[in-house]
Design a protein around this ligand. Structure first.
Ligand SMILES: Cc1cc2nc3c(=O)[nH]c(=O)nc-3n(C[C@H](O)[C@H](O)[C@H](O)COP(=O)(O)OP(=O)(O)OC[C@H]3O[C@@H](n4cnc5c(N)ncnc54)[C@H](O)[C@@H]3O)c2cc1C
Length: 366
């Protein structure tokens, strides 16, 4: 079986879904295929920044996000039971001066629902297994169980995540550095935590740092590189049921090219990096917005030039902030444990830190 389409999107994570939505808003109907049979249930990216909220506003998705999520307008830095500093996002002059705390599963669900309202359905259980060129078009081989099919597309957006099928097939480099250090993540019920429940809280320990932010009720995200993290919660905190836990390692990598027409890379397919600053999903949503805008204007030849420098800059800032693993000095540990809050102590760059966290540190260039 073979079919022809204008745009094929591979992957229905936040990037692919947002791309389909931004295209639909501009009157373009994309076909979107996803290898998972059911939506991913994980809360992974729990911070939606101001930039994403503003990009999704015209579609009505932002209004639903705001109804569903929780606004986090302050970040506190703690050490030895004392609050050392606070970064106030609510001082930023922007319609969305906060980070919206919301499970990635909810973000995906709400974007997918908005697509459904526009008559676009994610085709689940379909994997893109190979790509090739067909003159100036793309040929993508799909598999659904035992059924194979082929799509000929004018243009393919690969939003299939870090193991990107197109990036690998096209031999595009994915250079960068992996940190040989384990991070842990828990979505866990916590009671009696002696910290503001409306704020994000970073605790500096002797051997790393941990970040605590409340999803809703008494369910908290606890994330960090302190070994056996739940044994290092502040005194008096009672940990209850763990809803999700995960161990992961960090790598900072950017694809050597984001475009090899008719193939384009977006989101984790094009860049992966530490969760510092909660930029991963948000940069993917931005990629999707720029891709859709350029597609609409028939200017996709600008995609790599507009996106790669922005992403490279953010990733190099994250890399610099991370420094070497497990430094021995206290100052080094603070940088290592909470680099995104170091500027808190420095009033001169406070405004830059606030805008960086909200994703407002650059223009889109459109
Ligand atoms: C623990 C954790 C916490 C995080 N916290 C944050 C945060 O707070 N803020 C933030 O911005 N980011 C955060 N991130 C990063 C964020 O989760 C990712 O950047 C984001 O999921 C990338 O979205 P994506 O759509 O590009 O890729 P993915 O989410 O990986 O989606 C890719 C999709 O493509 C599908 N797929 C893969 N291969 C194929 C194929 N061959 N054919 C069809 N479908 C395919 C996959 O099943 C998947 O659904 C976090 C990540 C982790 C792991």
């Amino acid at each position: 079986m073979s079919a022809e389409v204008n745009i094929l999107i591979i992957g229905a994570g936040p990037t692919g879904l947002a791309a389909a939505l931004f295209l639909a808003e501009r009157g373009h109907r994309a076909r979107i295929v996803e290898k998972r049979a059911t939506p991913a249930p994980w809360s992974k990216a729990f911070g939606v920044n101001a930039r994403s909220l503003s990009l999704l506003a015209t579609s009505g998705v932002t209004a639903q996000f705001l109804e569903n999520g929780r606004r986090m307008a302050r970040l506190n830095l703690h050490r030895h039971g004392r609050m050392l500093a606070t970064l106030r996002l609510d001082q930023v002059d922007d319609p969305f001066p906060f980070m919206l705390v919301q499970s990635q599963a909810d973000s995906e669900r709400l974007i997918e629902a908005a697509l459904g309202e526009r008559g676009i359905t994610v085709e689940r259980g379909i994997e893109a297994v190979a790509i090739e060129r067909d003159e100036d078009k793309a040929k993508v081989h799909l598999r659904a169980g035992n059924l194979n099919s082929t799509v000929i597309a004018d243009c393919v957006l690969d939003a299939s995540g870090a193991s990107s099928v197109a990036r690998k097939s096209l031999g595009i480099a994915f250079d960068g550095k992996a940190y040989n250090e384990s991070w842990q993540l828990f979505d866990v019920e916590l009671d009696n935590l002696p910290m503001p429940a409306s704020d994000g809280n970073i605790i500096i320990h002797d051997d790393g740092g941990m970040f605590l932010v409340r999803h809703y009720d008494n369910l908290w995200r606890v994330l960090g590189n302190v070994p056996n993290m739940l044994d290092h919660l502040p005194n008096g905190t009672k940990a209850g049921r763990i809803h999700w836990e995960s161990d992961f390692e960090i790598a900072n990598r950017v694809a050597g090219r984001f475009a090899e027409p008719p193939f384009f890379l977006a989101g984790d397919a094009a860049h992966i990096h530490s969760g510092i600053g909660a930029r991963g999903m948000n940069l993917g949503i931005e990629d999707a917005y720029v891709f859709a805008s350029l597609y609409d204007r028939r200017q996709l030849d600008c995609y790599d030039r507009l996106r790669r420098p922005v992403v490279e800059k953010v990733v190099s800032q994250i890399k610099r902030a991370m420094g070497p693993p497990r430094p021995s000095t206290v100052a080094g540990r603070i940088v290592r444990a909470a680099p995104w809050l170091v500027p808190v102590a420095v009033n001169l760059v406070r405004n830059a830190a606030q805008r960086w966290l909200l994703g407002l540190d650059h223009e889109l260039g459109l």
